[in-house]
Design a protein around this ligand. Structure first.
Ligand SMILES: [Zn+2]
Length: 849
């Protein structure tokens, strides 16, 4: 049944919205809604570009049945279940209030310096969930928790702390922080508690929470006002969460400029200044330490401080999403940022800390409020929400347990990292392994409703395709979104009740080519481009229905650092290979044209990788089994010849070392590397500060057998993790020989899944100050380590070979690591590379020659 299209509608053709738009004079169209003097219906009219939008309150948006609501419900069950007395235990003991509650585990244990942070997340989770669901049991629990915290705060002076102090650890942690004597992250923890109290005030109307957090903020003022600028900058070197963010919120709530002054003390110049110049100096920084500061920077600008803060926050978002972000929307490997565009080179089981994305989404959302025409912010939001955030929670747990990282090495598994303790549970648990991600998870799964829609003066923005209902009270209209997205490629927006004249804007994602819309059953002629807004401006009435089709297509996204390493996407959904219980995986080689959608299920695909059939599923839905996200593509490289390279280092001048095999695999002396007298003829000397030898590209690329042999003289005791050689494509895939591992031993290791997946041989340390022959020979699953021509160790269960490193090996060194490890002080002579397995006799002969 096609109803006539009775009003005008517009479709913006670019993301900027300022460019040309079309007016469609649809069948039965009239100009009844036009203001007097407005152009006739057939003339073009531009929708006004939106310069800012606001969120709907969580009370106005309800999740309807679907995966997001399921996740929220499990989280709500946990929030209802969790015993606040256990989470108050260390707060109470800290001020001398008796507590017989059972202590918590993980980072809430009574001896962990981060204790108390989860109680802050709990305050937020309770407030968010109450606001979104109206669950009064949570309101009651919140009141008890806030009152109990206020009681702890009141006892602080009697316990010897300054007035207003509220924490589960003693105030002397801040003495240690200010003295630089080493402490985990006290302001990080204080921020979580303060943010939780602010959420309790704003979302649950708890006045006691505001009084408590204002006293706590006054304590922060007192504590930080005593410090010089330089002292404060040193304090800021330790992770402090979003202290600037929560203090900006207190300014917004109270209008008291005092809180902005205190907030600005948390401006970390070493990080902020390069970002103000749009410089990427993120490599080596702990990632999640930086992101909340950037949320705070945006908030300082929103509260009226210099626009430089906005610039800093926006530059950071762009740098991170353009150059430090994996296909699922997350960032960081081993919790750090690395060199720009190092993605394939930085895969491990500890990629993508989930807290980082929780904070990056906050930042994207804030930027969106002030740049609502941009669709890239929301494309990022969608990518991260649907792939990482949705999938961090165990769907089989009644209490919505979370993981810490979303690993991206081949064969990753959703589980807590080993440093969270030997708990057999793979995800977080009720009380035993509290972590930052268990904490941020309590909030993430409570606030899915906060960004689905935003609003301008008379614009309703549909940002995300999640089943939900939004009540726009001031306009007297309620919209319902029904969709099976992403399993369905449509979303339907219906006026559930009321009537209003307004502009409906639906995000057309950058991945959606050929999007179309129907208004009350009639297909609109317009063809909105990917990365734009579909805009329909009319007088809406109950029952009006807009159906938007967003066609998804399969595509393979190459990594920026290795175009042959790719991830498979269908629309916004990242597909992961489901590998069950397979262990010791290396990156599978995908037959690119083999990916086929299964007729029975739109989000189930099969493909051929390494000659075998594999099922591909959305990564968010892969749980309790191993998975693979990045794939090798293209043809494998030709294996190296039997004798692949030979560096005699007899040059004595220049910066190149010839390949004596005649194959032209020239090496380069880099940094402070110099020529010296060798064991025979010349040698190369490395100074231990910046010198190394860069080996030719693709040495051993494609190899399934190899040997490496060299004379080396260690000049002085080598530092831990220095390298004799390191050959690979980054920290994901490499093989190295270190004179000193963390065990104190000589170690050979090879991995194709990051540092956590090394296969090793260890032996006694090498002598120093004398020429020593070392060699590694590998073939058929056995690697043998030789020192002085004699075997000192072997590993018969090696499954990783250079053929698994990728199609290219572009990071091969003598004296330098793939990681930012110390440089080696040593001399090298007669370094040889073979594409075959040297026998023990052959190695012995080399060591005698
Ligand atoms: Zn975390």
């Amino acid at each position: 049944m096609n109803e006539p299209v009775d009003r005008r509608h517009f479709i913006a053709t670019t993301a900027s919205g300022a460019a040309a738009v079309m007016l469609t004079a649809a069948a039965g169209g009239t100009a009844a809604a036009a203001t007097p003097g407005a152009a006739p219906a057939a003339a073009p009219r531009k929708p006004r570009a939106l310069t800012s939008v606001r969120p709907f309150p969580l009370t106005a948006v309800t999740l309807l049945p679907g995966t997001f609501k399921d996740n929220q419900s499990r989280n709500t069950a946990y929030l209802r279940f969790v015993d606040i007395d256990r989470l108050l235990h260390t707060f109470r003991l800290n001020v001398g209030i008796a507590s017989s509650a059972q202590p918590c585990g993980g980072w809430e244990s009574p001896t962990t310096e981060l204790r108390g942070h989860s109680t802050g997340h709990l305050l937020s989770g309770l407030a968010l969930t109450y606001a979104n669901t109206g669950d009064t049991a949570l309101l009651d629990k919140s009141r008890k928790l806030v009152s109990a915290l206020a009681a702890c705060q009141a006892k602080s002076p009697a316990a010897g702390y300054r007035t207003g102090y509220l924490s589960a650890f003693p105030e002397n942690f801040f003495d240690r922080l200010e003295a630089g004597s080493g402490v985990w992250a006290p302001y990080y923890t204080i921020h979580k508690i303060m943010a939780g109290l602010v959420d309790q005030y704003r979302l649950a109307g708890n006045a006691e929470a505001l009084e408590t957090v204002l006293r706590q903020a006054a304590w922060v003022d007192t504590r930080t006002a005593r410090l010089s600028y330089d002292q404060m900058q040193r304090v800021l070197e330790t992770e402090y969460g979003g202290m600037n963010d929560v203090l900006a919120d207190l300014h917004a709530i109270t209008g008291d400029s005092r809180w902005l002054r205190v907030a600005e003390r948390f401006t970390h110049a070493r990080v902020f200044d390069p970002l103000s110049r749009n410089e990427d100096r993120l490599a080596g920084l702990h990632a999640n330490t930086q992101i909340p500061k950037m949320v705070g920077a945006l908030r300082l600008w929103e509260e009226g401080l210099d626009s430089r803060y906005r610039t800093i926050g926006e530059n950071f978002w762009k740098i991170v999403t353009d150059h430090h972000t994996y296909v699922i929307g997350g960032n960081s490997n081993g919790e750090a940022f690395h060199e720009p565009d190092a993605i394939a080179a930085q895969l491990s089981g500890s990629c993508c800390e989930n807290c980082n994305s929780y904070n990056m989404l906050k930042l994207a959302r804030l930027i969106h409020f002030h740049a609502p025409e941009r669709t890239d912010l929301l494309d990022y939001y969608e990518r991260t929400l649907f792939n990482q955030m949705l999938g961090e929670q165990d769907p089989d747990s009644a209490h919505g347990f979370n993981i810490y990282y979303t690993g991206l090495a081949p064969g990753s598994f959703k589980q807590q990292p080993s440093f969270m303790g030997p708990d057999p549970n793979q995800y977080s648990t009720d009380y035993d392994n509290f972590s930052c991600d268990h904490g941020s998870g309590m909030e993430t799964h409570a606030k899915f409703a906060d960004t689905i829609y935003t609003r301008g003066d008379r614009s309703l923005l549909v940002n995300l395709f999640i089943p939900s209902e939004v009540r726009w009270q001031e306009k007297g209209i309620t919209w319902r979104q029904t969709t099976g997205f992403p399993d369905q490629q449509t979303t339907t927006l219906t006026v559930a009740s009321g009537a209003a004249s307004l502009e409906l804007r639906v995000r057309i994602p950058s991945w959606a080519s050929g999007a179309r819309a129907k208004l009350n059953g009639t297909t609109l002629p317009d063809q909105p481009k990917p990365g734009s807004w579909l805009i329909i401006d009319r007088q809406w009435k109950t029952g009006d229905r807009v159906e938007v089709t967003l066609p998804m297509a399969l595509r393979l996204d190459p990594t920026p650092d290795d175009p042959d390493i790719r991830a498979v996407l269908y629309g916004p959904v990242v597909l992961a290979g489901a590998y069950g219980t397979v262990t010791g995986m290396t990156m599978p080689r995908l037959k690119q044209d083999s990916v086929v959608q299964q007729a029975t299920s739109p989000m189930r695909f099969t493909a051929t990788a390494d000659g075998q059939s594999v099922t591909l599923l959305p990564i968010a839905r892969v749980h309790h089994q191993r998975y693979n996200v990045y794939w090798l593509t293209g043809q494998p490289p030709t294996p190296p010849p039997a004798f692949a390279a030979w560096y005699r280092f007899d040059e004595t001048s220049g910066t190149t070392a010839a390949d004596a095999t005649g194959r032209g695999k020239t090496a380069r002396l880099t940094g402070g590397a110099t020529w010296t007298t060798g064991r025979t003829g010349g040698a190369v000397a490395l100074n231990g500060t910046n010198a190394y030898v860069t080996l030719a590209d693709d040495l051993l690329a494609g190899a399934t057998a190899y040997s490496l042999a060299t004379w080396v003289r260690l000049d002085g005791t080598p530092a831990t993790w220095t390298r004799i050689f390191d050959i690979g494509s980054g920290v994901t895939a490499n093989m190295f020989l270190t004179p000193v591992a963390d065990s104190g031993k000589l170690r050979f290791a090879i991995t194709a899944g990051g540092g956590g997946a090394e296969q090793r041989i260890e032996a006694d340390p090498l002598p120093t100050g004398q020429w020593t022959h070392v060699a590694v020979a590998y073939g058929g699953g056995t690697a043998v380590l030789y020192v002085g021509g004699r075997e000192v160790g072997r590993n018969n269960r090696v499954t990783v070979e250079p053929v698994h490193f990728g199609n290219h090996i572009r990071a091969a060194y003598l004296g330098k690591s793939q990681y930012p490890d110390p440089y080696l002080r040593a001399a090298f002579d007669d370094f040889r590379v073979y594409g075959r397995t040297l026998s023990a006799n052959e190695v012995a002969t080399l060591a005698e020659s």
